[in-house]
Design a protein around this ligand. Structure first.
Ligand SMILES: Nc1ncnc2c1ncn2[C@@H]1O[C@H](COP(=O)(O)OP(=O)(O)OP(=O)(O)O)[C@@H](O)[C@H]1O
Ligand SMILES: Nc1nc2c(ncn2[C@@H]2O[C@H](COP(=O)(O)O)[C@@H](O)[C@H]2O)c(=O)[nH]1
Length: 419
């Protein structure tokens, strides 16, 4: 049996808690992991702050406020918490919207351990739980002016429901026809640097004298929509994404010759002569790295645009596709949990008991967390929630999924049984 946590705002009578730890003054949930007690919520009255976390270190007898990475969940009327795998705490928010009720606070995952070592402080990381599995992203790299943007635009135009573009942040000034939030999120250097320090970016790099970066949110919003994310980033960015273990396809685009690259860059007419020179100097290094580093799964030469585009489509398994079917149509929705619920855990299944006055409503749900994927700094994917009938007369006498009694249960598009 997993550790069942006290509900928010309820008192906790736990004899194993240290003397110095005054449970009466604690408003949040309490989860013990080794010699640390994680108190989640109840610390701040500022609703814009999100749910906060404090740690009581039993061996030192003192409180720590950890560095909190990722986006905090918004405050709510209460939550339940349960420790999973000794490295993350599942948080089920009460009375929250279906796409905002399941969160994970990572306390000892490899990502958090790496950050603790780097930062030399206590670290925790929030990750939102979602149902949809993410299709493999595509990382496209290559020197400036080679035609990455042109190829990506063609892909988006032909397959709008299959692909979604990861909108990067940059500190460079917008070009004439560039729209903020569409081509880039144009940012101030200081605010972008702060967000990078706060762990909001998957990768970032200084490219041609400006700061560029892929925020975690930029990739996750595309995946949440069930689309395949396309990243247009430089070679440094591709290397960072590889090391942060994003399971992606890495494609490098080459020009047919250096002279042709120079011609295209100048013909685009978006850079000053000084900037063109800088980009061409960097292109030499990128071309060497791209072709020789083994970083890329595929190298494409963009000589004739149409031929290169057809090769790209083939490589992505799209030749012959109509361009209208999403790769994964599932969305993010979960079951809406009422304010009154309690949770328990058996064999990586979380049983959620909901208090409902309506006898016709299902009140017992199972959240299967046995095949979770991802996690901080991104979403935690692969949640599977379904309703069960606790009174069903199963052969094995155990709890039984309602649809083993009644195969005709009505489910929504996400496989969630409609109550
Ligand atoms: N195969 C091609 N033949 C001739 N011109 C091309 C070809 N592909 C792209 N171009 C042109 O080359 C210029 C640069 O292309 P694009 O802006 O797509 O490059 P990019 O790799 O995205 O550059 P950056 O990294 O600077 O954003 C554009 O004017 C585009 O129309
Ligand atoms: N490492 C990253 N590189 C990025 C990102 N977004 C774009 N880029 C690369 O920057 C250059 C220049 O782009 P431009 O729009 O100023 O011409 C180009 O090679 C892009 O691939 C990013 O988020 N991270």
């Amino acid at each position: 049996m997993g550790e069942i946590q006290a509900d928010f705002f309820e008192g906790v009578g736990d004899d194993s808690l240290p003397f110095e730890f005054d449970t009466q003054s604690i408003d949040g949930t309490i989860t013990t992991v080794g010699d640390k007690i994680y108190v989640i919520g109840g610390g701040s009255n500022d609703e814009t702050d999100g749910i906060d976390v404090r740690i009581f270190n039993k061996s030192k007898g003192k409180w720590d406020v950890p560095t909190t990475l990722g986006t905090k969940p918004a405050q709510c009327k209460g939550h339940s918490a349960v420790l999973l795998n000794n490295d993350r705490i599942l948080i089920l928010k009460k009375d929250s919207t279906p796409d905002d009720c399941t969160w994970f606070l990572e306390v000892d995952t490899p990502y958090v351990r790496e950050k603790k070592e780097k930062m030399g402080t206590e670290v925790v990381a929030w990750s939102k739980g979602v149902k949809a599995h993410a299709p493999k992203p595509i990382v496209i790299s290559g020197p400036s002016g080679v035609g990455k943007g042109t190829l990506i635009s063609k892909l988006m135009k032909e397959f709008p429901s299959t692909f979604g573009f990861s909108v990067s942040h940059t500190t460079r000034a917008p070009r004439e026809k560039e729209v903020d939030g569409v081509h880039y999120h144009f940012a101030e250097r200081t605010s972008m640097e702060k967000e990078i320090r706060d762990g909001k970016f998957l990768e970032s790099a200084s490219v041609h004298g400006n700061l560029y970066g892929t925020s975690i949110e930029a990739v996750e919003v595309v995946s949440d929509a069930g689309k395949r994310c396309v990243l247009d980033i430089d070679v440094q960015g591709a290397r960072s994404v590889r090391t942060c273990s994003l399971d992606a396809i890495y494609i490098f685009i080459c020009p047919p010759s250096f002279e042709e690259l120079e011609k295209r860059l100048r013909a685009r007419g978006t850079e000053t002569e000084e900037q063109v020179q800088k980009r061409l100097r960097n292109a030499k290094i990128e071309l060497e790295e791209g072709k020789s580093s083994g970083l890329f799964d595929h190298i494409l030469v963009n000589c004739d645009l149409e031929i290169c585009y057809q090769t790209l489509k083939k490589l992505l398994g799209l030749d012959g596709c109509t361009g209208t079917t999403p790769i994964d149509g599932s969305s993010v929705k979960n079951v809406e949990l009422p304010n009154g619920h309690s949770i328990s855990e058996v064999n990586q299944k979380i049983f959620i008991h909901c208090v409902t006055a309506d006898p016709g409503k299902k009140n017992l749900f199972v959240l299967d967390v046995s095949s979770l994927k991802g996690g901080a700094p991104g979403r935690t994917r692969g949640l599977n929630m379904y309703a069960i009938d606790p009174f069903a007369n199963c052969l094995n006498g155990g709890l039984k999924e309602t649809n083993c009694l009644n195969g005709g249960l009505e489910r929504d598009a996400n496989g969630i049984i409609l109550t």
